[in-house]
Design a protein around this ligand. Structure first.
Ligand code: RP5
Length: 171
C-alpha cells in the first residue's frame, strides 16, 4: 500500500513469545501487502492489566484491526474484543498437550455480542489472519484491494502450473 500511512494499522498480539513462530506468518502476510503493523506480547491471564490497556488504547493509537494469537485456555482474543470495537481476528496456537483443540475452542466459542473472527489452528490460521486483516482494511484502502486481487490471480496461476507439472509425470 501507499507509503502515506506510516502508523501501524494492525496490532499483532500474542500471549507469549513462544507464539512468535506461528504469529510471524501473520506478519509475513501483512508485509506482502505493505501494511504497517506492530507486534506485542500481552497475556489475558498473566498480564491482564497490560492486555486491558492495549485494547483500550488501540483506537487512539490508530490501529484499525487486531490479530490475537494464544494457546491453551486461549482467552486473549476474546478479552481484547471485549474492550474494543475494532475487529479482532483470533489465531488458535497449537498447544503441546491438546494439539490446539483447547486453543481453538477457547478462541472460537465467544458468547453472543462479542465476536472474534477465528482462523484455523496454527500457521495457516496466522497466515489467513494477515490476509483477513488486509481484506478488512481493503474496504477503506483501495490499493490493498488491488493487491489482494493480484494475489488471487497469482495463486490461480500457481495451481495451473502445478497441475501441468503433475500431468507430465510418467506413470
Ligand atoms: C498462552 O500460553 C500463550 O499464548 C502460549 O501459547 C501458551 C504457553 O505460553 P508459555 O508457557 O510458552 O509462555 O498464554
Amino acid at each position: 500500500m501507499k507509503k502515506a500511512v506510516k502508523r501501524a494499522l494492525v496490532g499483532i498480539v500474542m500471549g507469549s513469545d513462544s507464539d512468535l513462530e506461528v504469529m510471524a506468518e501473520a506478519a509475513s502476510s501483512l508485509d506482502a501487502f505493505g501494511i504497517p503493523y506492530e507486534m506485542a506480547v500481552a497475556s489475558a491471564h498473566r498480564s491482564p492489566g497490560r492486555t486491558r490497556k492495549y485494547a483500550e488504547s488501540a483506537v487512539t493509537r490508530g490501529l484499525e484491526v487486531i490479530i490475537a494469537g494464544a494457546g491453551g485456555a486461549a482467552h486473549l482474543a476474546g478479552v481484547l474484543a471485549s474492550q474494543t470495537v475494532l475487529p479482532v481476528i483470533g489465531v488458535p496456537i497449537p498447544s503441546s498437550v491438546l494439539g490446539g483443540m483447547d486453543s481453538l475452542l477457547s478462541t472460537v466459542q465467544m458468547p453472543g455480542g462479542i465476536p472474534v473472527a477465528t482462523m484455523a489452528v496454527g500457521k495457516a490460521g496466522a497466515r489467513n489472519a494477515g490476509i483477513m486483516a488486509a481484506q478488512i482494511l481493503s474496504v477503506k484502502y483501495p490499493e490493498i484491494r488491488d493487491l489482494l486481487e493480484k494475489n488471487r490471480d497469482r495463486m490461480e496461476r500457481e495451481i495451473e502450473k502445478k497441475s501441468k507439472a503433475i500431468r507430465k509425470v510418467k506413470r
